[in-house]
Design a protein. Structure first.
Length: 299
């Protein structure tokens, strides 16, 4: 394990209390080609993430500090989340699908096509409290052979989708973003945030009672690089990836501060026994830093 000083940039006095945790950034792994898709399993006290170009899912054990390969090949997985039953839900570039790892270890397909056409390359995924699964589908995994398999888009657009928990029906809920990427619900699930990594923006949509998105507008614009994956804390603040580290925004989109990281950050997740350890997937490495904020609970 390597350690170094964690550098904070303050843009708002409200960020200062959030940095009263660790003053050190700890590298727990450093041999990836592109680290992405973090997910934390509280029951087992372990953390998993994707190393997309190397086509593997890696697993870090919090109790021992050991890193091992969870799955290889892994379908060039990108984003992951944990559903309400503790199962791993994954976006696969290679399989061009959203899959779920069942409790017995088998892998099932949740979505791989829309109206008879193959999906592009599902990127990130979130599960709502009603069991519906929402995911983004840009074309990064079919743009070349680096993170998947080069192919033409059959759908022709990059959309945000919802999978109905009862019927399995797949529906487009947003089609106005160029490259929809990370996504997360507000604490009350009345809004859905989605990053558009092509335009460096994060959008915010209202979520109506039947699971449709309305009133979409730009919520924030990234000041360094682009927003990719992000998570909310228990106060509704957004902690997002960026080119220079992790950006913390308030619920109105104001940049409060940054945790500077020596590599471009792709995604983050809260974990640890108190949900105040920030796991940071940053290009070749995974880092952790303990902050004075806790990740939002599952509904």
């Amino acid at each position: 394990m390597a350690k170094g000083d964690a550098l904070y940039q303050m843009f708002d006095d409200r960020f200062a209390p959030l940095t009263h945790g660790d003053v050190r950034l700890e590298q727990i792994y450093g041999d990836c080609r592109w680290a992405e898709g973090p997910a934390y399993f509280a029951a087992g006290r372990y953390f998993v993430w994707s190393d997309i170009p190397n086509d593997r899912i890696l697993r870090w054990d919090e109790t021992t500090g050991e890193v091992g390969v969870l799955r290889h090949p892994a379908g060039y997985t990108n984003g992951h989340t944990v559903d309400r039953e503790g199962r791993l839900v994954s976006c696969e570039h290679g399989g061009r699908r959203v899959s779920r790892t069942e409790h017995d270890g088998s892998v099932s397909t949740l979505a791989d096509s829309y109206q008879g056409k193959r999906l592009n390359s599902p990127n990130d995924v979130v599960v709502k409290s009603d069991g519906s699964i929402w995911f983004t589908d840009p074309a990064y995994g079919i743009d070349s052979d680096y993170e998947g398999f080069a192919a033409e888009s059959e759908i022709g657009t990059c959309n945000v989708y919802r999978i109905d928990p009862a019927t399995g029906e797949i529906r487009v809920v947003a089609d106005q973003l160029d490259r929809p990427n990370g996504l997360a619900f507000s604490l009350d699930e009345q809004q859905l945030y989605v990053s558009d990594s092509h335009n460096n923006n994060m959008w915010r949509f209202d979520v109506d009672p039947v699971g449709k998105l309305t009133a979409g507008s730009i919520f924030a614009t990234c000041t360094e690089g682009c927003f990719d994956g992000f998570r909310l804390d228990s106060a509704g603040r957004i902690w997002s990836s960026a080119a220079d580290g992790v950006h913390c925004l308030d619920a109105e989109g104001t940049l409060l501060g940054k945790i500077l990281v020596p590599e471009t950050v792709a995604n983050i997740v809260f974990g640890g026994r108190k949900r105040n350890d920030l796991f940071i997937c940053a290009t070749t490495s995974v880092y952790t830093v303990r902050v004075s904020a806790t990740g939002a609970k599952l509904h």
